[in-house]
Design a protein around this ligand. Sequence first.
Ligand code: NAP
Length: 358
Amino acid sequence: MERTKAVVCGATGMVGQVYVAMLSDHPWFELVGVAASERSAGRRYGDAARWYIPGEIPDVARSMTVLPCTADAVTATGATLVFSALPSDVAGPMEHSLADAGMAVVADTASHRMDADVPLIVPEVNADHLAALSVQRAGGRKGFIVTGPNCSTAALILSLKPLQAAFGIRRVIVVTMQALSGAGYAGVPSMAIVDNLIPFIRNEEEKIARETQKMLGSWSDGSFQPADIPVSASCNRVAVLEGHTESVLVELDRFASPEEVEQVLRDFQGEPQRLHLPTAPEHPVIVRAEPDRPQPRLDRLAGEPARARGMTAVAGRIRRDPAFVTGIKYTVLSHNTIRGAAGNAILTAELLAAKGLL
Ligand code: NAP
């Protein structure tokens, strides 16, 4: 099978580097270009990227000349697929122009997540929302835009979806402890975070609420119907490099024991598992039995087979909540730059390919 040619926009950044690593030997996608800001354009990728992932820069990318993130430069590579890891404040118009030029754009950025015709996808959770692409095409766009959620929403939604399906959900209260890489390389100065935590992440609480509602909602009659589930989030930045940990309280529609909840999480499977997509983890959620797990250092790279490392959300400490008759509390963790960004987007692109949409 001929591989689909792909370009990464924002390829020098925290998320962009994860794309480059994950695409360097991908069976379905061929990395043919790396693009970044004008500061990096024209330079060798190996010089422009301050590589932070353990191991060497993949050979396929090291000598590439960094492109500007323009439709002309990207189309000249022969690519038809673009992964966008641009800063949200510049991504909006760039992603539009790439889609208008005929590209399939799969974005980690917030710019188009809540657009009325843009699917916000975690493939195990709401693959059916891809139906919205027909509305984008009907609007005359040659390509399309698909987005993935904010990195904290990714872990949360993987645990909520099976609970919603099995028991129904009345409300969600979540407290996040988010890793430094979630803010980008230069995001949080060391003097601000060492021996400290920061109980504020701008716009994050609002994003978690509205993205969760969109993803747990439905696509019907040509529009998204968000789930009527109040979501209260409190977000904290902590001195962890990778992996967002979340304390979750869910009020279910009906009573379920911790054992039932655990079983439902363990049994959860989605389209990627049914379709055997290359980056699909065998289990989207695993449950740890130890009283002090999950922990970021130990659990962030969970996921089998090897290509799906970092794609599994790890839950633990499932217990009843004394404040709500049907309340369940647990901790859930996932890797923010893999499941929360590049890995989720690559899995989404695999889903698009498997459905003949690329
Ligand atoms: P980052 O480390 O700051 O990287 C930003 C990338 O965008 C770099 O490649 C940078 O290129 C490029 N860039 C900056 N300004 C540009 C411009 N005007 N035109 C073209 N390219 C430009 O950020 P990140 O953490 O990787 O995040 C990237 C995006 O993913 C953001 O929208 C973020 O919200 C989202 N996201 C991040 C995470 C996470 O865990 N980090 C998770 C989910 C979603 P230069 O090197 O040339 O400056």
